[in-house]
Design a protein around this ligand. Structure first.
Ligand SMILES: [Fe+2]
Ligand SMILES: [Fe+2]
Length: 248
């Protein structure tokens, strides 16, 4: 039994929308087929696959049905967390989504899922992405401070949601955690954040995040061991559509 993760499938079986990278970068060519084949090779029915947000370009649930069916048909137990592009998923209606798709899919929000003696906790997260003001050499000289104030509020709300997940799991007796975010745990200016602090507070062994697309963004946040935890980026194009094994 193994735990795998990947993010940012950005499926569009019913939608014309695509990210700029999806139009131009070869890594996105037939990515649905590449990923399906890699999953069939790696993931067994008894395994768990966490999909860390940005599942579909569909604007509402009806426009995501084929994308969610594609996910249902992948091997293993599928757990989904929210990404910034998942317009079909209103956080306050997660219960209804779960009722609709149980037992085929689990939508994780303000809750936790079990994997062996671990609790898998997760939320979308948030990171300030600018705009940043650069000098001629590309060095950051400043940023939009109003946008930063707004970002602080969004981060605060996501931290509350994440704390709720940790607390529920802890109340149920869990002491081992894997933490999932969609956004990276820090913005490009930070070395640590409320999310890295919370991972440390609860002793999460690993922090898994996605959202970063393209060579120029893959190193926006932490990779590898940092202050006693392991941080891993699992955006699909970074992993070249091979689900990453998180735990045996
Ligand atoms: Fe994405
Ligand atoms: Fe994203």
């Amino acid at each position: 039994m193994s735990l795998y993760a990947i993010g940012d499938l950005h499926l569009h079986y019913q939608s014309e929308l695509k990210a700029p990278g999806q139009l131009h970068d070869r890594v996105w060519k037939n990515h649905e087929e590449k990923f399906r084949k890699n999953c069939l090779k790696a993931v067994a029915e008894e395994d768990t696959l966490v999909l860390a947000g940005d599942h579909s370009w569909g604007r509402n649930l009806a426009a995501c049905e084929l994308d969610l069916k594609y996910i249902c048909d992948l091997p293993g137990k599928k757990i989904l967390t929210r990404g910034n592009h998942d317009m079909f998923w209103d956080a306050s209606k997660t219960k209804q989504l779960n009722e609709l798709y149980q037992p085929r899919l689990t939508f994780l929000q303000d809750s936790y899922a079990s994997y062996r003696d671990y609790a898998l906790v997760g939320t979308k997260g948030f990171t300030f992405e600018g705009p940043f003001y650069l000098d001629r050499r590309g060095r950051i000289m400043g940023w939009d401070e109003e946008a930063e104030v707004h970002a602080v509020k969004l981060v605060e709300r996501e931290l509350q949601r994440l704390r709720k997940s940790f607390e529920l799991a802890r109340t149920d007796g869990y002491r081992k955690f894997i933490m999932f975010l969609h956004y990276p745990p820090t913005n490009i200016l930070e070395e640590r954040s409320g999310f890295t602090d919370m991972a440390e507070e609860y002793g999460a062994e690993q922090v898994i995040y996605a959202h970063c697309h393209g060579e120029s963004r893959f190193h926006d946040s932490i990779h590898g061991e940092y202050r006693g935890r392991v941080y891993r980026l699992v955006s699909g194009d970074f992993l070249r559509w091979k689900p990453l094994k998180i735990l045996d």
